[in-house]
Design a protein around this ligand. Structure first.
Ligand code: FAD
Ligand code: UDP
Length: 395
C-alpha cells in the first residue's frame, strides 16, 4: 500500500491530522471520505444561480480563544472581521440573543440597570438560584429565571432536541452566555471571523500537500476498494473519525443523534430578514431558525435582487440520516463508556473528531483535539517507527 497511515474522514479533525503528519513527519497519508466532497460538515459551496456561499450542513461560524488553533487556521486562510449576532422571534416581536440587558428590558418593558436586572432574575430563578443544576431545564431557570426560560429556551429547545430538558445535560445551555450588559455578540471568544474565500478553499488548502492523497466516495466499511476496514486493519495505522458505534457494528447499541433537515430557497428579493440568523422561539413554527447567507459576507459583491435562505428543522436521526449532534442522555453515556473500552482494545486505531468521540465539538475544538492527538499520541509512536501501541477514543 502506497501510504504510511490512513485517515478515515476529511473533516477538520481528519485533515488536521493528515496535514501535520505529512508536513511534520514527512509521512504519506491516505485520506478517505464516503461523501463526494472533502471537509465534513464545514463544507460550503456557491449556490449556482446567485453565487452566494451556502454552508451545506448548516451555518458555520469560526471562533476561538485558543492561540495555537488560531495561528494554525491562519496558515490556510485569512478571516473577515465578521462578528456573529443572532435575533429571535417570540410572540410577534424580535429580541436580541443571547439573553442580555436589551432582551431583558424589552421583554419586561422596563429600563433596568445591570444590578436591578440581576436582582429580578435571582428572584425569578426562585429555589434554583445559587444551586448547581445538572440538567438543562433547571440550569436554564437558574440562569435566567422562569419567564425568560419559558419564552426563549423551552420551546426552542423542545423543537431542537425533542427530548425533555430534564433529560438533557446542563452543558448544552451553558454554551449560551447570559449578559447583564447590552453586548449582544453571540460568542465570547478572542478571535472570530469567516474564511475570506470560503470554507471549502480553506479545507482544500489543508489537503493540498504532495504527500496527502484523498479518495472521495470511499466508505471505510465498503470492501470494494483498497482502503476498506478489512484490507487495512493490521496493515496500516488508522485514525478513524466516523461514528464510533458504527465501527463496532453497533455491538453495544446505537448512540442517539439529532439530525437536521434543511429547506433552501432562492428568493427574488435583495434582503429577506436583514440579518444572518433569525431564531424562532415559539412552537407555532416547526423550524428552529432561518439562515440568510448573504449577510455572512457583507464585504462580497453579491446580487442585490436575489437572496438565499435556509430553514432548519431538527429531529432524531434514524439509520441512514446524517448524525449531527450527540443527544447524550444517561443511556447514551453508558453505551459510550462501553465503546471507549472496546476502542482501547483496538490496536493501531485511534478514534477522533465529533463522530469518533461522540462529543459536540466546534471547529476550533476539533482542530485543537487533532493537534493534541498528533503531539501526544501519533508523533511519539510514529517517530519511533513503532505502531500505535494503545488505541482508544480521544477523551
Ligand atoms: P466531520 O466534519 O463530521 O467529518 C467527519 C467526516 O468523516 C465526514 O466527512 C464523513 O463523511 C466522514 N466519514 C464518516 N464515516 C465514514 C466512513 N465510514 N468512511 C469514510 N468517511 C467517513 N462549529 C463551529 O465552530 N461553529 C459553528 O457555527 C458550527 N456550526 C455547526 C452547525 C451544525 C449544523 C453542525 C452539525 C456542526 C456545527 N459545527 C460548528 C461543528 C463542526 O461542524 C465540527 O466541529 C466539525 O465538523 C468537526 O469536524 P470532524 O472532522 O470531527 O467531523
Ligand atoms: N437555545 C435556545 N434558544 C435560542 C438559542 C439557543 O433555547 O434562541 C438553547 C438550545 O437548547 C440550544 C442551546 O441553547 O441547543 C445551544 O445553542 P447554540 O446556538 O449554541 O446551538 P447550535 O447553534 O449549536 O445549534
Amino acid at each position: 500500500m502506497n501510504a504510511d497511515l490512513l485517515v478515515v474522514g476529511s473533516g477538520f479533525f481528519g485533515l488536521t491530522v493528515a496535514e501535520r503528519l505529512a508536513e511534520e513527519l514527512g509521512l504519506r497519508v491516505q485520506v478517505i471520505d464516503r461523501r463526494p466532497h472533502i471537509g465534513g460538515n464545514a463544507y460550503s459551496e456557491d449556490e449556482p444561480t446567485t453565487g452566494i456561499e451556502v454552508h451545506r450542513y448548516g451555518a458555520h461560524l469560526f471562533h476561538t480563544s485558543n492561540e495555537r488553533v488560531w495561528e494554525y487556521a491562519n496558515r490556510f486562510t485569512a478571516f473577515t472581521d465578521y462578528v456573529h449576532r443572532v435575533y429571535t422571534r417570540h410572540d410577534g416581536e424580535v429580541f436580541p440573543m443571547p439573553i442580555n440587558l436589551g432582551t431583558i428590558n424589552q421583554f419586561f418593558r422596563a429600563a433596568y440597570g445591570p444590578e436591578e436586572a440581576k436582582a429580578l432574575i435571582r428572584e425569578q430563578a426562585g429555589e434554583l438560584a445559587g444551586t448547581d443544576p445538572q440538567n438543562l431545564n433547571d440550569k436554564g431557570i437558574q440562569l435566567i429565571g422562569r419567564p425568560l426560560y419559558e419564552a426563549f429556551i423551552k420551546h426552542y429547545t423542545a423543537k431542537q432536541w425533542q427530548t425533555d430538558p430534564m433529560d438533557l445535560p446542563a452543558a448544552v445551555i451553558s454554551r449560551l452566555p447570559v449578559r447583564y450588559t447590552y453586548d449582544n455578540r453571540y460568542f465570547n471568544d478572542t478571535h472570530e471571523g469567516l474564511p475570506v474565500d470560503g470554507y471549502t478553499a480553506w479545507l482544500e488548502r489543508m489537503a493540498d500537500h504532495p504527500r496527502i492523497e484523498v479518495a472521495l466516495d470511499t466508505d471505510f466499511f465498503d470492501d470494494a476498494h483498497a482502503f476498506s476496514r478489512s484490507k487495512v486493519l493490521g496493515q496500516l495505522p488508522v485514525v478513524y473519525t466516523g461514528p464510533v458505534d458504527r465501527y463496532f457494528d453497533f455491538a453495544e447499541g446505537e448512540l442517539g443523534w439529532r439530525t437536521l433537515d434543511f429547506e433552501q430557497e432562492v428568493l427574488q428579493v435583495g434582503d429577506f430578514q436583514g440579518t444572518p440568523v433569525m431564531n424562532y422561539a415559539d412552537d407555532d413554527v416547526a423550524f428552529t431558525r432561518i439562515h440568510e447567507f448573504r449577510h455572512f459576507h457583507p464585504e462580497r459583491d453579491y446580487p442585490t435582487d436575489k437572496t438565499v435562505i435556509m430553514r432548519e428543522f431538527s429531529r432524531f436521526a434514524e439509520s441512514g440520516d446524517e448524525p449531527y449532534y450527540p443527544v447524550n442522555t444517561a443511556h447514551d453515556r453508558e453505551r459510550l463508556l462501553k465503546y471507549r473500552d472496546l476502542a482501547k482494545g483496538e490496536r493501531d486505531v485511534l478514534f477522533g473528531g465529533r463522530l469518533g468521540t461522540y462529543k459536540y465539538l466546534d471547529m476550533h475544538m476539533a482542530i485543537g483535539a487533532a493537534l493534541s492527538m498528533v503531539d501526544n499520541k501519533l508523533v511519539p509512536a510514529l517517530r519511533a517507527g513503532s505502531t500505535l501501541e494503545s488505541g482508544g477514543v480521544d477523551e
